[in-house]
Write a protein that binds this ligand. Structure first.
Ligand SMILES: Nc1ncnc2c1ncn2[C@@H]1O[C@H](COP(=O)(O)OP(=O)(O)OP(=O)(O)O)[C@@H](O)[C@H]1O
Length: 271
């Protein structure tokens, strides 16, 4: 019998994943035989040049898109081939933070944070309420619970999106360029909040980013180039990440990120 992803300490996993758009000469290979797992209790950054397949990988991992080939799991549940109803149920176990915040304009802060419960037809338990109050306080939103999104700054709106993602105690949070629409200082605050969710409550996070400073908050960095994972590294400084990205963008894909980081590529870590 196969070893389950959870036994490998993984909250999400893909194996031999490929994604092609279109066919023939006009076809694009967005992902090419990618196998990787997201580890429990870690902050994982997914980096790579524009068009390298980062968003496609994250969207397939999170059940928001389907692969052309290969398999994907959330926890021990294989999501490849599931229908919409089952996928929706599995996605409720996940948290999402997007560049564009994706808040509902007609709901106040508390309403937005409780939205996953509303959509799932689930009444928050006393424990859920306690956790939500703690998250609201920790994210500095206590004074804002009855404000609507248009009454908040971009940084505050992203904090609401993070609070919403944390509210349901998800097995993993998928974040796609969460600081992309924020100024530098506000972006750093958001990254510190994500980091502290990992450090204080063992949250697992997978974050797509272009920003070397954002990726320097991660425990692990996966580098993609041309739809493949070309390096799998532990924590790196922003300078090391910038150097690795420069080398990738200049086309020296395989091993480039590793040599910039002055560490061996740990391909064995791919689960
Ligand atoms: N719906 C689609 N139809 C056709 N091609 C697509 C589609 N979505 C993505 N692609 C192509 O797949 C490749 C990977 O795209 P993806 O968005 O995953 O890259 P990315 O690394 O996230 O890029 P960026 O950093 O610019 O957002 C690109 O060449 C892109 O043009």
């Amino acid at each position: 019998m196969d070893i389950q992803p959870s036994e490998m300490g993984l909250v999400a996993r893909v194996a031999h994943l490929s994604k092609r758009y279109g066919a023939g000469d006009h076809g694009v290979v967005a992902l090419d035989d990618v196998s990787v797992g997201i580890r429990r209790g870690q902050f994982t950054a997914i980096m790579g040049p524009s068009g390298s397949g980062k968003s496609t990988l994250m969207h397939i991992m999170a059940g928001l898109d389907t692969p052309s080939d290969g398999r994907a799991w959330i926890g021990d549940d294989e999501i490849t081939g599931l229908g919409d109803v089952q996928l929706t149920r599995i996605r409720r176990r996940l948290g999402f933070v997007f560049q564009a915040f994706n808040l509902v304009p007609t709901l106040d802060v508390r309403g937005n944070i409780l939205l996953p419960f509303e959509l799932g037809g689930v009444r928050p338990t006393a424990e859920d309420e306690r956790r939500i109050d703690d998250v609201i306080a920790a994210l500095g939103l206590s004074e804002r619970v009855s404000h609507r999104p248009h009454e908040l700054s971009g940084g505050q709106q992203q904090r609401v999106a993070i609070a919403r993602a944390l509210a349901s105690n998800p097995s993993v949070i998928f974040a796609d360029e969460p600081t992309g629409a924020l100024d530098t200082r506000t972006g750093r605050e958001v990254l510190r909040l994500l980091r502290s969710a990992v450090d204080s409550s063992g949250q697992s996070i997978a974050m797509v980013t272009h920003d070397p400073v954002a990726a320097s908050h991660a425990d692990r960095i996966l580098f993609l180039a041309d739809g493949r994972i070309v390096a799998d590294q532990g924590a790196m400084t922003a300078e090391q990440i910038s150097a690795a990205m420069l080398r990738l963008e200049s086309g020296a894909a395989a091993g480039a990120a590793a040599s910039a980081a002055a560490r061996p590529v740990s391909t064995g870590a791919h689960a």
